[in-house]
Design a protein around this ligand. Sequence first.
Ligand code: CA
Length: 364
Amino acid sequence: MKRRHFVTGIAAAAGITACAQESTKCTDTTTDSQQTFEWNLVTSWPPGLPGLGVGVENLAKRIDRASNGRLKIKIYAGGELVPALEVLDAVSRGTVQMGHDSAYYHRGKVPAAQYFTTVPFGQTVHEINAWLYYGGGLELWRELYEPFNVIPFPAGNTGVQMAGWFNKEIKSVADLKGLKMRIPGVGGEVMQRAGVTQVTVPASEIFTSLQTGAIDAAEWVGPYNDISLGLHKAARYYYYPGWHEMGPMLQCTVNKDAWNSLPADLQEIVATVCQAINDDMMAEYTWGNAVALEQIKSDPNVELRQLPDDVLRLLKKLSAEVLEEMAAEDESAAKIKASFDAFQSKVIPYHRITELAYMNAREL
Ligand code: CA
């Protein structure tokens, strides 16, 4: 895609005029500090969705303000411009300059992308941030997306999710057999091995699928988002914890040609605002989830339940198997897994005597 596709507006026209008037060579208009850019951003999210959708709106607003209006971003909700689960493809092709979605939606094409959302029994929000920003994770992510002409940025996290909504009680491993469940990514594959039929349904269709009985169970996010989709009105049992998504990272993706068309200060603004949103979204989720959980607990039609230990043990064992197999079949997955696991083996002992010990102490 040519640079002029990303250059729009009065300032660009003014830049060309200035060159013509001065009769000087004008090969690189990107050095013009007044140049403006109007970008499109596609997401996988329903419009205005708390957390994910609001986070993207904040991202665009803050980039606009930080750049003094030089980089304007128009947001399209899931399905508005491109199908909700084809965000990365649109950014890769240059149909749009930016995207916001989950890396693991694309694991069919890039299996190792799963690591840049989350893997079952993997890392919490603090842990994955540490791995990405300081442990070499981000470099591996950029390398993975290089062939797609896309640059990824961590841009939001939901924190520990819920295991999901079930129309049937899960008392033991046997109760998983034959369940039809919406659960994407490797978590879905693990469930499949536990006897569940895994289906992928976009957010906007979860409620109807669950309510009509087309599916028996669905995981989405947690109280804050689930209540906004009305899932508490579509199923009785609300299970925790989100063993499959304990700190899923959202991604902001930028088409590389578009990125290269930006002057260095706007590149820095995009990177910095992505990091700010990464932090801000987590704060919004923690607040929103705590408030929404109170509401869900007071609903007489909902029963909050913890998945039994034997179910969790089985899922943990199957998760390890799936991830091992993925690494055996895919070179990138093997390389990324090695880095991810190496950090996890360091951070677990650390968090055992800090986060975990403190959380337990607080319960005494
Ligand atoms: Ca989820």
